[in-house]
Design a protein around this ligand. Structure first.
Ligand code: SAM
Length: 236
């Protein structure tokens, strides 16, 4: 927790109060915070700055806010379409990509996504929200990503992909493609990453026919969470 991320409801003028066990425990045990410490805070959806811890006990932490006017870091110009991975991988991947600055995420069903993954508690809005918050706190950011679920590949291809590609360069990460992943781009991009079993050939054909470019990351087949991190780092 490199940033105390405050919900706007926790802020009252130049004061803030948090009461949840997770952040209180972190302040006590990881920060080893003491009253009088100056810590970095941010307001969800808003700016960041410094605050002095004026009270810390088992039930609450109180902060006196200084000028909170530092903008969060810039977002990556990418919309990530991620074939739904297994729940634990999803949790870690959401945290990583949020920390890296992704603000638009679509979780997509593809042929090799286990149908049971869609029933996972990890997909409950409050669980997704918690993983996004952890990513923001890690990276010192305040802007929550939008996460949408798309449970059908065909509806995605027909109803969503054409609009997404009107203003973005579509890139499909798939081992064995002819071209290597581009480096250091800054144009708006739609990045598609397959499930743990990969995209099936028909899905890749459909994506390429719709205007996406296929690309690879080399001969090593990476886990989804590693691939996404490597792709975002290399692309941007
Ligand atoms: N056996 C699967 C295959 O060959 O497609 C492996 C899938 S991999 C575990 C999961 C996803 O990560 C892939 O669908 C792809 O989007 C991405 N990925 C992993 N390694 C990659 C690489 N070397 N090049 C491009 N994409 C990769």
């Amino acid at each position: 927790m490199n940033l105390i991320l405050l919900d706007p409801s926790e802020v009252d003028g130049h004061h803030a109060r948090i009461t949840d066990a997770r952040r209180l425990t972190h302040l006590h045990e990881v920060h080893r915070a003491n009253e009088g410490d100056r810590l970095t805070v941010g307001i969800q959806g808003g700016a960041m700055g410094k605050a002095t811890l004026t009270e810390l006990n088992k039930t609450q932490a109180l902060f006196a806010l200084e000028d909170i006017n530092e903008p969060p870091p810039p977002a990556l110009p990418v919309h990530l379409v991620l074939a739904l991975p297994r729940p634990r991988m999803l949790a870690r991947t959401l945290e990583h990509v949020t920390a890296l600055g992704v603000k638009e995420i679509t979780l997509l069903h593809t042929k090799r996504v286990e149908k049971s993954y869609w029933q996972s508690p990890e997909l409950r809005p409050e669980k997704i929200h918690q993983h996004l918050i952890l990513g923001l706190e890690q990276a010192r950011d305040t802007q929550l990503p939008n996460v949408t679920l798309c449970k059908g590949f065909r509806p995605f291809m027909e109803e969503q992909l054409p609009a997404l590609l009107t203003e973005r360069r579509g890139l499909v990460a798939h081992p064995g493609m002819e071209n290597a992943c581009p480096r250091g781009i800054d144009e708006p991009t739609l990045l598609l990453v397959g499930p743990e079993g990969g995209f099936i050939p028909w899905e890749v054909e459909q994506l390429l026919a719709a205007g996406c470019e296929g690309m690879h990351l080399g001969p090593r087949i990476l886990r989804v969470e590693t691939a996404v991190t490597a792709l975002l780092s290399r692309l941007f």
